[in-house]
Write a protein that binds this ligand. Structure first.
Ligand SMILES: Nc1nc2c(ncn2[C@@H]2O[C@H](COP(=O)(O)OP(=O)(O)OP(=O)(O)O)[C@@H](O)[C@H]2O)c(=O)[nH]1
Ligand SMILES: [Mg+2]
Length: 183
């Protein structure tokens, strides 16, 4: 344990949580960093920040992730601009029970790439899959969209914890590959 804590992370990445208001960006981040879940919705104001080390045994590296959890509500659009700088990747989240949040995924990409002046690796996260009866955006649609744009697709639930770690570690792997390619 002690030894692991003393190991320094080989990579440090800043990532951003993207997607409409109430899709679960904060819930996923809280599940990932604190393993807890809050059922009450408290919209994020501006942005929240959390840090977590991610072990990638198959790559034999530890990554230190700085997670910037952005406010998704439209009124924060201007404020959000200042939080993008330096982001190396993002989780672009939508809510499978609200089609509008899926349709807005492209707008989030545009906002992020414009603010950054470049494209960054994104993982598309279809969240709230525990709400089976309320689901309106199917797996097939989500996968098809992600594939057509060259993004990895993950289905998650911040409530149950399903695929939450996987979403972040998949993004880490994608960022590592992008780093290696650009060298
Ligand atoms: N059932 C279910 N509810 C979820 C899940 N993820 C988030 N929620 C709920 O959805 C609501 C919104 O979640 P947040 O994480 O605050 O949403 P957000 O994307 O951070 O919203 P903004 O900060 O406004 O951009 C909260 O009531 C959460 O408890 C999930 O996987 N399943
Ligand atoms: Mg939030």
């Amino acid at each position: 344990m002690r030894c692991e804590r003393m190991t320094t992370a080989a990579y440090r990445f800043k990532i951003v949580m993207l997607g409409d208001g109430a899709v679960g960006k904060t819930a996923l981040t809280t599940r990932f960093t604190q393993d807890s879940f809050e059922a009450d919705y408290k919209r994020t104001i501006g942005a929240d920040f959390a840090i977590k080390r991610v072990n990638l045994p198959d790559r034999n590296v530890i990554v230190s992730l700085a997670v910037w959890d952005l406010a998704g509500q439209p009124r924060f659009e201007v404020v959000r601009q200042s939080f993008y700088r330096g982001a190396r990747g993002g989780l672009l989240v939508y809510d499978v029970t609200r089609r509008r949040t899926f349709l807005n995924v492209e707008r989030w990409k545009e906002e992020a790439f414009k603010a950054l002046g470049t494209e960054i690796p994104l993982v598309i996260v279809a969240n709230k899959v525990d709400l089976v009866d309320d689901r309106v955006v199917t797996t097939k649609e989500g996968k098809k969209y992600a594939k057509s744009k060259g993004h990895v697709y993950v289905e998650s639930s911040a409530l149950t914890g399903e695929n939450v770690e996987e979403s972040y570690s998949t993004l880490c792997t994608t960022m590592l590959d992008a780093t290696k390619k650009s060298k």
